[in-house]
Structure formats: C-alpha cells, structure tokens
Design a binder for this molecule. Structure first.
Ligand SMILES: Nc1ccn([C@@H]2O[C@H](COP(=O)(O)OP(=O)(O)OP(=O)(O)O)[C@@H](O)[C@H]2O)c(=O)n1
Ligand SMILES: C[C@](O)(CO)[C@H](O)COP(=O)(O)O
Length: 376
C-alpha cells in the first residue's frame, strides 16, 4: 500500500470569521494548517502529501513545497478541490482525504482508516450519534428520530485512489463528502472509529476547544543549561554571539562564548540528547577557536529533526563585568537569528552575584539558560 494524504485547505472559512481564513489562524502555538499537516507528515505510513490551497493563497505554496509537500490550487466547492488534488497523488495506491480544518486528528484515527483499507476499497471515521434526535417545526418538537444507525462523518476518508478518482470524475452535482461520492459510484465504505477530539473547526468558538485538545496532546519540554568560563588574557569577550571589548578574555577551547554554550546545553537537555561536550569534545582539535554558533545551530537542527519546535529561550549571564545591559538587545537578536526564532521568544538578561563567589571576585562568567520545546 502506498498512501497519499490529500489535505483540502482551499475554503474561505466564512462561518469561523476572523481576518484570515480559519486554516491560517493561530492555534496552540502554530497555524491550524501546520497542526493538520504535522499529523500526516509524522505518520510513518504516509508517503506523499498533497495540499490544496485557494488560488489566491498560492503565494504561500513555496514554504510547504520546501518541506516536500505538493501544492495545487483548489476549486469553487470542496468536491472541486478534492478532484484537483486527486490528480496530484501520483503513483499512490490509496488516498486519505482530510479537511485542513480538522487539526486535532490523532494517529489512532488515521491508523484505523488505513487498517480498514486493507480489506475495503473505502473507509472513513464515524462517531455514533449519542444525543437523542428530534424533528422540529415552528420551535416545537414534532417527533423523535431513530439514532441507532446514525454517525457523525469525519475525515480522513480513505480510498483506493483509482476508484475514488473515477468516482469523482463521474460525479455530477453536490456531495456532502467523499464518502457520498464513493457511494454514488457503488463503492462500499467501511466505518472506522472516529473521535470526539477530531472536531472540524467550523465556528469561532471551535478554536478554544481545539486548542485545549492540542495542548493536551502536545509533548512540551523544558531543558536547563549551566556553564562557566574563567577570565584570562585578552581584549574582548564573546557573549551570546556578540563581541564586547573588555580588559580580559574568556578561556576556552572554542571562542568560550559561555552564553551560547549554555543555551546549546539547555536545548540538548530538553531533547535528552546529552550535552555539548559529547557532541563537540574539547579534545577534538577541529573545535579549537571555533565560533560557538556552530554548536547552537547543531542543537537547533536536532530540534527540527526530532519533530520539535523551539518556542522560547531564557538566558541569564552572571558577572560583575562587563556590563551586559547595553548589549542585551544585540545578543537577543543574534541568538534569535541563529535559532531562526522571533526575537520576542528570546530573553537575555544578567545579574551580578553581589561580589560573592568566583563571579563576584571577577574570576569568570557563569550562565544559566532554559529552553522550551513543543512537539504537536
Ligand atoms: N472550495 C473549497 C471549500 C472547502 N475546502 C476545504 O474543505 C474543508 C471543510 O470545509 P468547511 O469546513 O466547510 O470549510 P470552509 O468552506 O472554508 O468553511 P465555510 O463554509 O465556513 O466558508 C476545509 O478544510 C476547507 O478548507 C476546500 O478545500 N475547497
Ligand atoms: C467532509 C466533512 O468534514 C465530513 O464531516 C464535512 O462534510 C465538510 O464540511 P462542511 O461543513 O460540510 O462543508
């Protein structure tokens, strides 16, 4: 089975409101569409992702294409967008068609659809209706419906690619979803377990519920770092990537940037991936005099490789001299640039140790840092 995920995101999101369509709005630290894509890009059985965007939003395509996603412009109705996306599914044998507006879809919901596709040409998640169902007229209950055979339809809806492509090509008129298109073509559809968490963001109030669900599902980690470098001969120190004139330098195998070393260690700590000495041994001559941004870039790369997002760094330098305040903003910007992070998410501050201890006696500079990582 070679599976493509087809994410439809070409709607206008008029019912949800807001200045931009719902799929571009922020939700639990990322955009709705990012959460949805992550659910499929991290799924081990999904080989290809096709994303359908509104024709007016195609300027956003390059950022997704850089991540290996195939982007195509959508159509007027959801079914038109699906039809256009199906053509880009290439050599896949099966396709999972999913609403971008369902960002809380979980791996078990996707797994169940894939498992059912082994024995059925189509499968989709459904949630049994649990509330009683009334008929109503003029504000009065006029009857009760039998709910024993009723399900709320969810996505991803999975299909044999050739069969659903033919069904869409032949379909004329409106369709509630792709299951309706499949059934109109005579394709049987198995029902798999849906989830109450797999809501479709439809109205503005749905954002708060989706955020609570995602935050519950997230892997949020903090790591701390601590480092010390002694003063020695020199005419400047390098702190958080910024060179500061000083009557002494810092001693170290690399450029002795105690700030960047500490932040690097905080990130390794959050990932539970050892420390800077393990990744860049001081015994290795290639790191002699190296600029420490190399170490921090390595840690940031590891964050991305392991599927995390770095959301915040807080760094405290501990020294009597040099004064950090005048350089703190430049340091924040330097760290943010190395980490490809907004400067608002980087804090660099300083304290003295009230002339106590080795920092108080001016023998060296110490640093503490905390890094926060999130994985959806
Ligand atoms: N022409 C369309 C219409 C909808 N969709 C996508 O289909 C999914 C489900 O549709 P819905 O919730 O109805 O989204 P919108 O059409 O954007 O919402 P609204 O009806 O409130 O405008 C969404 O991910 C939406 O982006 C699409 O790709 N192309
Ligand atoms: C496909 C779907 O998500 C199934 O529940 C849904 O039908 C699409 O959204 P809409 O609000 O019906 O357009």
């Amino acid at each position: 089975m070679r599976i493509a995920a087809l994410i439809v995101a070409a709607g206008r999101g008029t019912r949800a409101g807001g200045e931009i369509a719902k799929q571009w709005q922020k939700l639990a630290g990322a955009r709705v569409i990012d959460h949805t894509l992550a659910a499929f890009s991290t799924h081990p059985q999904v080989a290809r992702i096709v994303l359908v965007l509104h024709p007016d939003e195609m300027h956003r395509a390059a950022a997704f294409e850089a991540q290996g996603v195939i982007v195509v412009p959508g159509g007027r109705e959801r079914a038109d967008s699906v039809r256009l996306g199906l053509r880009a599914c290439g050599d896949a044998s099966h396709v999972l068609i999913h609403d971008a507006a369902r960002p809380c879809v979980s791996a078990p919901v996707i797994d169940a659809v894939i498992a059912a596709l082994k024995t059925s040409p189509a499968a989709a998640p459904g949630l049994p209706v649990t509330d009683a169902l009334w008929r109503g007229e003029d504000g009065q209950v006029s009857g009760t419906e039998d709910r024993s055979h009723l399900f709320a339809a969810q996505t991803p809806q999975g299909f044999d690619l050739a069969k659903i492509s033919a069904a869409h090509a032949a379909h004329d008129g409106p369709a509630a979803d792709d299951v309706a298109v499949a059934r109109a073509a005579g394709i049987p559809v198995a029902i798999t377990p849906g989830s109450a968490d797999n809501l479709k963001i439809t109205h503005g109030a749905d954002f708060a519920r989706a955020a609570r669900i995602l935050e519950r599902q997230m892997d949020i980690r903090t790591g701390n770092g601590f480092d010390v470098h002694a003063f020695g001969p020199g005419d400047h120190v390098t702190l958080c990537g910024v060179d500061i004139a000083h009557d002494q330098g810092l001693v170290g195998h690399s450029d002795a940037d105690v700030g960047l070393h500490t932040i690097t260690d905080a990130i390794y700590g959050a990932l539970a991936r050892g420390d800077i000495g393990q990744h860049f041994p001081p015994s290795d001559p290639q790191w002699k005099g190296a600029r420490s941004d190399i170490f921090l870039r390595h840690a940031a790369g590891l964050v991305r490789d392991l599927g995390f997002t770095l959301t915040h760094v807080d760094c405290t330098l501990i020294c009597e001299q040099p004064k950090i305040g005048p350089h703190a903003q430049a340091m924040r910007e330097q760290v943010a640039a190395i980490l490809e992070l907004d400067a608002d998410r980087v804090s660099v501050k300083a304290t003295t140790s009230e002339r106590l201890g080795f920092t108080g006696r001016g023998e060296g500079i110490a640093c503490m840092a905390t890094a926060t990582l999130v994985k959806p």
